[in-house]
Every structure is written in structure tokens, then in C-alpha cells.
Design a protein around this ligand. Structure first.
Ligand code: T1G
Length: 697
């Protein structure tokens, strides 16, 4: 018998147990073992077959690592058909997360039982594909078209009680999958229960699939798989028979399997898991984390405190006065109320947090026993140094001293205390209790176990943590500044902010750069531009002033009701502000610029190539460890469309030589801005990709 599928007879029942950690993925050996097990059970005259998983879960899906490689038999759809066609009674006992091909194997069985904590789902659309082993044909038959469309187009996990109600499960029972499975099979045999091939169930009742397709396509914001899934489910209602429906599913599945979106989404899946695996952290134990101190209770500090409280940590929040401390507590309470409203927190937990785990303080001595202190005070170096001096004096030995700065030099901050090895940057993104990205900024003297503690905190908070080196803007904001400048240059040269926003939302961003600026507050960019001018801008850099003039009139975006867009109370989104173009046209005239037209395609291309070029410099400078670290940063902190996998994956899919060709062509018109990244030139010269670099690093 195969190593990954165990076989034993218990009375008249053949038991097939999966043992392919970590998630019992349906790799080729598992598929071969299942096929051999079914055939052996039939040969040995068993009356029934029980299939279950050892370890933490029933099959969690096809083995994603096999995607893109030549498929090996038995193919999963054929295996499912073979299980379903067995003359024996075939039952699956589920636990953990029965997902994708895993649920499809279960649906090809005649009965399904699960323990109460089980979740089931068909999340293939999140990988850029659709269920490809009969899921779009069997699920509508057991659960109906509406429920099947909801599960398949969203990829959501469904808990056992709901799955029972939907008809996906036949029974839910406490215990372990093997025991409850054996007992259930015994009951079925004693009741002389019939085989129940799902393929023989009545064809599902059709709905208005065109309307469903249009709605899902619009919601997907350019991602194709959910809408294609609608067409596959439609085939379950309209095909001549089950086999024809399966054939249609296969055809649509193979089309998506060959798509760039599948490559992008699979890349994102593995990248977000690889990003916290750093050689320098192997074998390094993080310090204990039970209690943290947050200095500064503004939006960021309150968000960080909320995130820590939701993760079960105790928090001491320090503000400069009792009034400010209570205002911070009100912000935290509002954040927690949002969590209760979203069903993420019970009211009992909400009250417990505010009464027992949040301590307000106005004296630094209250931070004497925290394991980690993080400051989220005003973004000014002198203010930060004053805070760190106090932390250095009061915090216990071994406490981690963290800054939430988004661009200040953390090496300079570390150099101002007696324990630079304990200093680290933890750059949260606002709102800190919602945004998943956390940039862990490792300064020159940061001790390895302090870096490990930063990653441990990120994991505890449910963040996606990315290691960054010290530079202005670390990974994300440094790249943002460049592609935002590229957009501003196109505005000066003839494009409008509104055309640029539209072109980029068509590309897949949730919002374009100018709408994002309105959301964040135009005063932030204004302050950054003034700071850079004061520090001394390179005379070759193309500065622009139209945005300053917008700010000088008090328009800071959504928070003032007007910025690039005009926002009406109670309405989502805004309409273009008619005051904007005259400011731009006046600046063009002052600069003697004759505006030209830009196609949406050129706008996206320039914007993306600028992003990739700066990202390649960030990797080349060692600020980001690998290209995938940049991808994960842009995916989780900057709304980059996930189905492209991130800017570096997008560049690989375009072909790095074409990206470099564009940079060289545009550098003829603007040599200072379009300086090719040395790493990009090196990879092109060596005929390598960013993915190649990910594999090597
Ligand atoms: N294939 C290969 N490896 C997988 C895997 C999979 N399906 N799922 C997880 N892993 C690896 C993962 O990379 C990590 O590896 C380790 O397992 C633990 O995962 C025909 C074609 C199951 C909910 O989309 O959603 O079936 O980093 O860190 O947080 O229709 O993994 O340790 O080396 O995520 O506890 C459909 C994808 C596939 C499920 C567990 N199935 N996986 O979460 O652990 S397509 C999915 C998950 C398909 C059929 C089609 C989650 C999880 P490493 P983890 P977790």
C-alpha cells in the first residue's frame, strides 16, 4: 500500500486513511493510493469504504505545487468519477479544512460526515481557476445553484452546521473522523442504505446566469475566475448530461489554468507564506510577548493598541495627559465596537478588553514591565529621540524598543539609546487594526532575536510581515513615491488625474493614486513635498506645485469634502473637482509645456514600469530581501491587484527585457527619472527573471 494512503479492513469496511502532511494535498501519490485502495476494497469483497485524513485536516485540495507541470495520472476528475462509480458504499469523514479537490473527492463519495469544527469550501477562484474535478457539477446538485454559486464564486469556507443545512454534509458528530466515520458506515450498512452517486441526482434548476455572470464579473474588478465559474455552474443545468457538464467544466478550467491570472494568484499564495521565512531568523528564538506599551494614542497608536488587544495581549497606552489618554481609549473602544459589529468580537470579550487588558497611563514608569514598547508619536526626529530616551531609562532589560515611523532614519534613533540592539521599526499601515501589512524594519544594530520578536508579534497580530532595511520610505512608501511621481509627470505632460485614476482602476487597483491621496489626506503629501524641498531636491527632479495650490485653498481631500474630487455627504466616491484642471493648465503654461494625449494603456505601462524599476532598486539595495517581498508589500499595503501577483510577478509576466526597453526609451526624454535599476539590467543580461531570483535567495 502507498505510504500516503493507508489501507486496512475493519470488518466489511475498507478504511483508506490519508497521511500526507501538512494538509493532505492530493498530490499524485495520494491520488494513486486512493485509486489503489478503492480497487483493492472491491477485489477483497468489502461492503463499504471509509476515506478520512490523518493529521490536521481532510484533503485541503489539489497539490498547488503541481500546477504548471505536466499532469500525472490518475487525474483528479477521473479519480472522483471512479470513486463515485464504485459498487461499494463509499463514505468520507471530514475534519479540518476540506477544500477544493478535497471537497470534490468528498462530493464523489455517497455519504459525508464531519466533526463540528470542520470547514468546507471550493476556493479555487482565489487561485485564478475554478473547481476542476466535478465541483461545479456536483455541488449544485446537492446544495442548489444559488448556494453553489455563492460558495464557488466567493471561495468562502463554510462551517459544518451550515454545510449540513445546505446538504453538502449528511451528518455532523463530535469525535475523531475515523471513529465517527466507522460508526456512520456501520449504521448505513445496517440500514441497507443505497449508494447515492451525486451524478445521478436531478439536474439543478437554472437561474438567470447572464445576470449572475455580469454581477460577479463587476464585483471581481478584472479577476476572471469567479465569472467563469458561473458559466461552469450554468453547464450543470444546461448540458445534455453530467458528462457533458464535466467536459464544459474541464474546458473552462484548462483555459484558466493557462492564464496569467492563475500564475499571479498562485505566486501570491506562496509568496505570502515565503515572506516570513528568512535564513537569518532560522533557529533564533523570539523574546516573550505578553504585555506591550504604546506611546501615543492618536489614530495609529490607537490602531496598534487595538490590534494587540484583539490578539490577546495586555496594553499600556501612554499619553501626555489624562484627557488625551481617555480620548485614545475612546478611539480604541470605537475600533473594538467595529470588531463586535463585524462579528469578530463578542460583547463579553469587548468589555473584558477595556476593563482588564487596557491600562491608560501618563507616566513613563508605567512601562517598566512591558515586553515591547512601540511609539506612534509625531513624525519628528527630535520628538522620537526624546521618547526613546525615556524608554531607554524606564523599560526593563530585554524589552524591545520599537518605532512606528514611516520614513525617519531608525539607525539614528537606535544610535541615541544605550541599547541599539533592542531597537526595531514596526511600520503599521492605517488603520493598524485592519491593514494586514507590517513592515519590520531591521536597523544596522538590531539584534537577530529582536527581529525574530518583531515577526512573532506580527504573526500574533495576524499580520503579513515583511522584513525591510532602513531607507526613506523603507519598501512600500519608497516605491509609492516613485510611481506617484510618474503619475504627476504624466499630469504635467497632458494626462488628467481623473484619467489616470480610471486607467488604474481598470487595471485592477481598488482606487487610483489621486483618489488614494484624497483618502489619506492631501496635507500629508504636501508636508512631504515641503520636507523634501527643505532638505534640498535634486535640480534634475521634476517638482510640481498644482497640488500645493489645492492644499493652500484648504482642500485636503475626503476629510475636508474636497480635494481632487468633491465628496458629498453620505455618498461613496467623489466627482472630479472642477478647480483642479485650471491649476494644472496654469502650471503647464508657466512651464511652457504643450500638453499631449496619453492612452490608458500608456498610463498603466509607465506607472507600472516606474513601480518595477524602483522596486528593483529596493531589492538591489538590500532593502527588500527578494522580489517576492516587494510583491507581498504592494499586495497587502497598497491595494495592488492580487491576480497580477504583485509588481515583480507582473514584470516577469510582461518579460523583463520589454520593461528595460521602455525604461531606456523613456530615459531619452527624462534621463534623471528613468535611470534603469542595475539589478534589472543584470537580470536581463543574464536572461533571468525576478522569480529566478526568488528561488535563489
Ligand atoms: N497544495 C500544496 N501545498 C499547500 C496547499 C495545497 N493545496 N495548501 C497549503 N499548502 C502548504 C502551504 O504552502 C504551507 O506550506 C503549508 O501547506 C501550511 O499551509 C481540482 C485544482 C489549507 C486553509 O486553495 O487555504 O483543489 O509554507 O501555512 O494557515 O478543483 O493552506 O509550510 O511550506 O496556509 O493552517 C484548492 C489552499 C487547491 C487550499 C491551511 N485548495 N490552502 O492554512 O496553513 S486547487 C486550496 C489553504 C484545487 C481542484 C483544484 C491553507 C489551509 P509551508 P498554511 P494554514
Amino acid at each position: 500500500m502507498s505510504q500516503v494512503i493507508g489501507y486496512e479492513k475493519v470488518g466489511d469496511i475498507a478504511v483508506l486513511s490519508a497521511n500526507n502532511p501538512p494538509v493532505n494535498a492530493l498530490g499524485v501519490d495520494v491520488r494513486r493510493g486512493l485509486l489503489a485502495g478503492i480497487e483493492r476494497a472491491e477485489t477483497e469483497g468489502a461492503l463499504a469504504v471509509l476515506i478520512y485524513g490523518e493529521g490536521r485536516t481532510y484533503f485541503a485540495g489539489a497539490d498547488i505545487r503541481e500546477f504548471g507541470k505536466p499532469p500525472q495520472e490518475p487525474w483528479l476528475p477521473a479519480l472522483c468519477d471512479r470513486i463515485e462509480a464504485s459498487p461499494l458504499l463509499v463514505v468520507s469523514a471530514l475534519h479540518g479544512t476540506a477544500l477544493g479537490g478535497g471537497l470534490e473527492v468528498a462530493l464523489s463519495c455517497h455519504y459525508r460526515i464531519a466533526i463540528p469544527s470542520t470547514k468546507v469550501g471550493l476556493p479555487e477562484v482565489n487561485l485564478g481557476i475554478i473547481p476542476g474535478a466535478g465541483g461545479t457539477q456536483r455541488l449544485p446538485r446537492v446544495a442548489g445553484v444559488e448556494a453553489a454559486l455563492d460558495m464557488i464564486t466567493t471561495g468562502r469556507h463554510v462551517r459544518a452546521p451550515e454545510a449540513l443545512e445546505m446538504g453538502v454534509l449528511d451528518k455532523v458528530q463530535d469525535g475523531n473522523p475515523r471513529d465517527i466515520g466507522l460508526a456512520y458506515v456501520q449504521d448505513l450498512l445496517e440500514a441497507n442504505a443505497p449508494r447515492r452517486p451525486v451524478c445521478e441526482m436531478a439536474r439543478p434548476v437554472a437561474i438567470d446566469f447572464d445576470a449572475a455572470y455580469d454581477a460577479v464579473l463587476k464585483k471581481g474588478r478584472g479577476q476572471l475566475s469567479p465569472a467563469i465559474a458561473v458559466r461552469a455552474v450554468q453547464a450543470s443545468c444546461e448540458s445534455a448530461d453530467f458528462a457533458a457538464g464535466q467536459a464544459r467544466e474541464r474546458e473552462l478550467f484548462m483555459e484558466l489554468m493557462a492564464s496569467d491570472q492563475r500564475k499571479g494568484l498562485i505566486h501570491a499564495f506562496f509568496a505570502e507564506r515565503a515572506v516570513s521565512k528568512l535564513p537569518e531568523l532560522q533557529g533564533i528564538s523570539p523574546r516573550d510577548l505578553h504585555k506591550i506599551g504604546v506611546i501615543g494614542g492618536g489614530t495609529m497608536g490607537a490602531g496598534i493598541a487595538t490590534s494587540a488587544l484583539l490578539a490577546g495581549l495586555a496594553v499600556v497606552l501612554l499619553e501626555m495627559s489624562p484627557e488625551a489618554a481617555h480620548a485614545a481609549k475612546d478611539r480604541i473602544a470605537a475600533n473594538l465596537a467595529g470588531a463586535v459589529k463585524r462579528g469578530k468580537l463578542s460583547t463579553v470579550e469587548h468589555d473584558d478588553i477595556l476593563q482588564n487588558r487596557l491600562t491608560l497611563a501618563t507616566d513613563y514608569d508605567a512601562l517598566g514591565d512591558v515586553d515591547l514598547a512601540i511609539e506612534a508619536v509625531f513624525e519628528d526626529m527630535e520628538v522620537k529621540k526624546q521618547v526613546f530616551a525615556r524608554l531607554d531609562a524606564v523599560c526593563k532589560n530585554g524589552a524591545v524598543l520599537a518605532t512606528n515611523t514611516s520614513y525617519l532614519d531608525i539607525n539614528e534613533i537606535a544610535g541615541s539609546v544605550r541599547r541599539p540592539g533592542d531597537v526595531i521599526g514596526l511600520h503599521f499601515f492605517s488603520p493598524a487594526h485592519v491593514m494586514k501589512l507590517l513592515e519590520i524594519v531591521v536597523a544596522d544594530q538590531t539584534a537577530p532575536e529582536v527581529a525574530a520578536t518583531g515577526f512573532a508579534l506580527g504573526k500574533r497580530l495576524g499580520k503579513v510581515s515583511v522584513r525591510a532595511g532602513v531607507c526613506d520610505g523603507f519598501i512600500g512608501n519608497r516605491i509609492l513615491n516613485t510611481y506617484r511621481s510618474c503619475a504627476d509627470h504624466m499630469v504635467l505632460d497632458g494626462a488628467s488625474p481623473f484619467q489616470i485614476d480610471t486607467a488604474l482602476t481598470e487595471f485592477g487597483f481598488a482606487m487610483g493614486p489621486y483618489a488614494v491621496s484624497d483618502l489619506a489626506g492631501l496635507d500629508i503629501g504636501w508636508a512631504a513635498r515641503k520636507r523634501k524641498r527643505t532638505a534640498g531636491l535634486d535640480p534634475r527632479a521634476r517638482d510640481s506645485f498644482y497640488a500645493d495650490k489645492l492644499c493652500e485653498t484648504g482642500h485636503f481631500g475626503q476629510k475636508t469634502g474636497k480635494g481632487y474630487y468633491v465628496y458629498e455627504m453620505g455618498k461613496r466616491g467623489g466627482t472630479p473637482n472642477p478647480e483642479v484642471m485650471p491649476l494644472i493648465e496654469a502650471e503647464r503654461a508657466e512651464r511652457g509645456i504643450s500638453p499631449r494625449t496619453f492612452t490608458d494603456k500608456e498610463i498603466v505601462r509607465r506607472y507600472m514600469v516606474a513601480m518595477v524599476n524602483e522596486a528593483a532598486k529596493v531589492v538591489g539595495d538590500g532593502i527588500a530581501r527578494r522580489p517576492l517581498d516587494v510583491d507581498v508589500t504592494l499586495l497587502y499595503g497598497y491595494g495592488f491587484p492580487r491576480y497580477w501577483g504583485g509588481p515583480m510577478k507582473w514584470a516577469d509576466l510582461q518579460g523583463l527585457p520589454t520593461v528595460l526597453d521602455d525604461i531606456r526609451k523613456w530615459s531619452e526624454e527624462a534621463s534623471f527619472f528613468w535611470q534603469p535599476a542595475p539589478l534589472l539590467e543584470q537580470l536581463v543580461a543574464e536572461n533571468r527573471s525576478f522569480d529566478d531570483l526568488n528561488r535563489e535567495t
